[in-house]
Design a protein around this ligand. Structure first.
Ligand SMILES: NC(=O)c1ccc[n+]([C@@H]2O[C@H](COP(=O)([O-])OP(=O)(O)OC[C@H]3O[C@@H](n4cnc5c(N)ncnc54)[C@H](OP(=O)(O)O)[C@@H]3O)[C@@H](O)[C@H]2O)c1
Length: 328
């Protein structure tokens, strides 16, 4: 186990060793699978992944046994209970309790085994509902959270604080990244668990196929959101692991946003829906705007590459090709 001292060699930006053991927690999820694909493409040969049925990260003894057996040198924690507004407001305690347990177990076991580099993934919902836009990393813990996902956000904030505390207590150069809304191959398109963008793709694609005249969406369509392709996110994760060492979480996004109505129009065009869109304003909008300030990440030498329309086209193509084996 690591000694509990803060003394360590100064961090030097350098490529990770491609042959070392590298555990991607949540390797079948949207983010984890993209990270896995990117690491494979980058030549990593020691990748380790476990599904939740092979290793339930809520099971502390099982997590410690897994780390003792596999001894990963590097870890990305992309396993979490994740969902959209509906799931978050219906099952808040599951989002709080399960995510806290997953994080605490993985981070404690990783400390026990002195994992060299570890990246914890949170989400932009950690920031206050009325944080000044675009949201800087310094906005963390400066105001009230969006109530529809506050339980999930508190779990993620606890994860950031745990990383900072581990850095202080054990001197390990572990880091946190906060992605904006992500989309891409492998997303969750289920009716109850999906985020806004895959939910819209499914709704418009179904409407285009059935020849429906109208699509009805939740809310007013006016909230502004930022979307990052998950392959960009995966590239940013490796970049940060190889180049960044600091206690502050790092925002990961494109730096520009669109309204939900604009993204709905773009998706309608991509799937070939020619009817009209209506907005059910009795349903909640969520946060009015969520745009991350990505200047810290840009200062570390990384910016996004995949444009929204091109990213949507490839996501719709993937969705159609996987219509029979999508997540329920
Ligand atoms: N999607 C987004 O827009 C977005 C935006 C910002 C941040 N993030 C963050 O990125 C991370 C991953 O999100 P995602 O979108 O990739 O989610 P996802 O597609 O739902 O994937 C979650 C992964 O976590 C694993 N998992 C969940 N509970 C587990 C458990 N008890 N034991 C072991 N594995 C478990 C699942 O494994 P199985 O598949 O084997 O069940 C799955 O692979 C989260 O921390 C999330 O906050 C996501």
């Amino acid at each position: 186990m690591t000694s509990g001292t803060q003394d360590r060699e100064p961090f030097e930006a350098a490529p990770l060793d491609r042959s070392s053991s590298f555990y991607v927690a949540g390797h079948r999820g949207l983010v984890g699978s993209a990270i896995w694909r990117n690491l494979e493409a980058e030549g990593f040969t020691g990748l380790i992944g476990r599904t939740s049925s092979e290793l339930d990260l809520k099971d502390r003894d099982a997590v410690f046994a897994f780390f003792a057996e596999t001894k990963p040198r590097y870890v990305v924690l992309a396993a979490a209970k994740v969902g959209g507004i509906l799931a978050n407001s219906t099952y808040p305690v599951d989002f709080l309790s399960e995510n806290l347990r997953i994080q605490v177990n993985v981070l404690d076991a990783a400390v026990e085994h002195s994992v060299e580099r570890l990246l914890f993934l949170g989400s932009s919902c950690i920031y206050p509902r009325m944080a000044p836009q675009p949201i800087r990393e310094e906005s963390l813990l400066t105001g009230y959270l969006e109530p529809t996902n506050d339980a999930y956000a508190i779990a993620k904030i606890a994860g950031i604080l745990q990383i900072q505390a581990i850095r202080r207590q054990y001197g390990l150069p572990w880091i946190s990244a906060m992605p904006t809304n992500l989309y891409g191959p492998g997303d969750n398109f289920s009716l109850t668990g999906s985020h806004v963008l895959p939910a819209l793709i499914r709704r418009y694609d179904d409407a285009a196929k059935s020849g429906a005249a109208t699509v009805v969406n939740w809310g007013t369509g006016t909230p502004r959101r930022e979307f990052l392709h998950v392959d960009d996110m995966a590239a940013a994760c490796l970049h940060l692991l190889e180049n960044y060492d600091g206690p502050s979480q790092v925002n990961v996004g494109t730096g520009s946003d669109v309204t939900i109505a604009e993204i709905a129009d773009t998706i309608a065009g991509v799937v070939g829906f020619t009817g009209t869109t209506e907005w059910d304003i009795s349903k909640p909008d969520g946060t009015p705007q969520k745009l991350l300030d990505v200047s810290k990440l840009a200062g570390e030498g990384w910016t996004s590459r995949i444009g929204l329309e091109a990213g949507l086209r490839s996501t719709v193509k993937w969705y159609r090709e996987h219509a029979d084996d999508l997540r329920k």
